[in-house]
Structure formats: C-alpha cells, structure tokens
Design a protein around this ligand. Structure first.
Ligand SMILES: [Zn+2]
Length: 128
C-alpha cells in the first residue's frame, strides 16, 4: 500500500507517531519489493484500470440526502449499489462486466472488481 492511499484512508490527518510507523513500513516495503512480486504488480495495475472504469460507470445514490457513489453490480446490466447506505436500485444500463472483460483475460475479473468495490466502501466509511 502506498503512503498516499494510507493517508487518504486515515482522512489525511496523520499524527507524529503514525508518520513514524508509516516511515518504518515504507522501509520494510521497499526492502521487500527488491524481491519484486510480479503477480502483485499485475493485479495492482489491473485494479487501477478497474477503479477508473467503476468511476466512469457509477452513479450518484438516489436515496434522499445520501448523494454518495453508487457502483454498478457486476453481474447485472442496470443495477447499482450505494457504497454508503447499501441501497440497491435499477437505473440506466451500465457495461461494467463487458468493459472489464474486454480489457483483461482470465477468470478472476469479478474478484478484482469485488475488491475494488470494497476499497471504495472503505474509503467512503473513512470519509464520513
Ligand atoms: Zn446511498
């Protein structure tokens, strides 16, 4: 995990001790990346593209006063789920599955999609 991501998850306000701990983590991380895990790198670059695709296909939650990000449900063509209040609703057709599967090979697309959605839900919770 990159420093900026951790900072974002922590709401951008890190205390002194958090920064010290992060510094230590970064040192350990860069030591470990010397051994370089290729499959992890591939997954990370796929996740970036999936995140971008989710943002492009997402809507704003229609629940009154929520206005949070509602992401497409992978196995549907027109259903969305809010990352904040969990409201599920049907709206304009999305092409999430088609778009992601046309960009990558392999059978783990739904899994990567699911973990990207989890990241967004976590971010949403941390922004509250
Ligand atoms: Zn909502």
């Amino acid at each position: 995990m990159k420093f900026k991501e951790i900072q974002k998850m922590a709401g951008g306000s890190l205390g002194f001790f958090d920064r010290v701990a992060l510094g230590a983590m970064t040192v350990i991380e860069s030591a470990a990346s010397g051994i370089s895990n290729i499959s992890d790198n591939i997954i990370n670059s796929e996740k970036k593209i999936v995140h971008k695709t989710i943002k492009e296909e997402s809507l704003t939650c229609t629940s009154e006063g929520c206005n949070c990000l509602a992401v497409p449900l992978y196995t549907t063509i027109n259903k969305y789920k809010c990352t904040s209040c969990d409201r599920q609703f049907a709206d304009a057709d999305h092409k999430i599955k088609y778009t992601i599967e046309s960009k990558f090979n392999g059978n783990d697309k739904e899994e990567i999609y699911g973990s990207c959605v989890e990241d967004l839900v976590l971010l949403q919770k941390n922004n509250k």
